[in-house]
Design a protein around this ligand. Structure first.
Ligand code: MG
Length: 349
């Protein structure tokens, strides 16, 4: 097979602030695998979590180094390809792009959308949340109105963990609640709380229509999760504390669920392993994203019948998404009937 690597920059309609900082723009990588006149597409997007820093440059270098070593394989040989990627310690986002592209190629080869190849039921896909970043209460209200005008929203995910403390979190949450009184809310603190703050906030949020709280404690403070779970009336999910299936067994008794992302996992293959490991450990599952375009979020959407909650909204906040794939219908991000991922260039839309 031949492998093409192209970088592209995407700009957010509204910059997103979380407890760790603000993002307005990212440069992602578009990977194409080609064989027998068929092209499979994948995307790598950068992210940074504690010791795991995957910049665009790192990802591009890793892909350029590994590509010549993969040319002898057919896109059908995913197990062999995965072995080479692991041996060469290719970062997870770059592995995700290649694994996605190989799956897209396979679906196109056999003429079936991926969700159908896996025998999944599109009807059980739950609505995706859309994100309200850390803002002043007034600005958060403006973001709620903007989302409601822009698309069919059924759930908001609210970023808390404001560096100014939980008082600021409460004021912003109340503002969102006022603006959208009937919507379900999810909360993501991105590790911005102490154990004491997390206990206070989980109890406070319970009466405000919040369904679960994601990553209340910082990555590295997993030893406090069991105590928090004991004292929280709301389900606790982890994101930064759970990268791959290996992290799941030790979290099983400390949390209620995990947030799975293609870029952390290293592809659809590992996402599937994570889903099964989580289920076997009695955990719930959500799918999330980084600054991914429609390409990656469509790939996640193909597996999304397997998730209890979905947060696949990053592409909806892009001014210049280069791709079109899964579309929002009644608040749900649904993959289409085209073979493979069913993604095309926006210019061809
Ligand atoms: Mg998160």
């Amino acid at each position: 097979m031949q492998i093409g690597i192209e970088i592209f920059t995407v700009n957010k309609r509204n910059p997103l602030t979380i407890s760790r900082g603000t993002t307005a723009q990212t440069t992602n990588i578009w990977v194409q695998v080609k064989q027998d006149g068929i092209e499979g597409w994948g995307e790598a997007s950068p992210f940074s979590l504690g010791n795991c820093q995957q910049s665009t440059e790192t990802l591009k270098d890793a892909l350029q180094q590994v590509a010549p070593k993969l040319e002898k394989f057919s896109p059908l040989e995913r197990q062999r390809v995965e072995l080479v990627l692991l041996e060469m310690q290719v970062p997870s986002s770059a592995r995700a792009a290649l694994d996605m592209a190989l799956h897209d190629w396979l679906g196109k080869r056999v003429g079936l959308p991926l969700w159908q190849m896996w025998g999944l039921d599109r009807n059980v896909i739950v609505p995706t949340s859309v994100t309200i970043g850390i803002n002043s209460p007034q600005a958060a209200k403006g973001r709620v109105r903007d989302w409601l005008q822009f698309t069919d929203v059924r759930v908001f995910k609210i970023k808390l963990g404001n560096p100014n403390g939980i008082r600021a979190d409460q004021e912003m949450l109340m503002a969102v609640r006022e603006e959208a009184p009937a919507k379900d809310l999810y909360v993501d603190a991105n590790g911005g709380w102490s154990l004491a703050d997390a206990v206070t906030m989980c109890n406070w949020l319970e009466n405000l229509g919040v369904k679960y709280v994601e990553q209340p404690l910082p990555q590295g403070e997993e030893y406090n999760l069991a105590q928090l779970k004991e004292r929280s009336p709301l389900p606790i999910f982890v994101d930064e504390s759970c990268l791959t299936s290996r992290d799941i067994p030790q979290l099983a008794n400390c949390v209620d669920g995990i947030n799975i992302k293609l870029m952390k996992a290293g592809g659809l293959t590992e996402v599937m392993r994570m889903v099964h490991t989580a289920r076997a450990s009695g955990l719930q599952v959500m799918f999330g994203c980084y600054s991914d375009s429609s390409l990656s979020n469509t790939a996640a959407a193909h597996l999304s019948s397997l998730a209890d909650y979905l947060d696949l909204d990053s592409h909806l906040n892009l001014k210049d998404d280069p791709f079109v794939g899964a579309t929002i219908q009644n608040g749900r991000l649904l993959p289409n009937d085209q073979p493979g991922l069913g993604v095309r260039r926006a210019a061809e839309a």
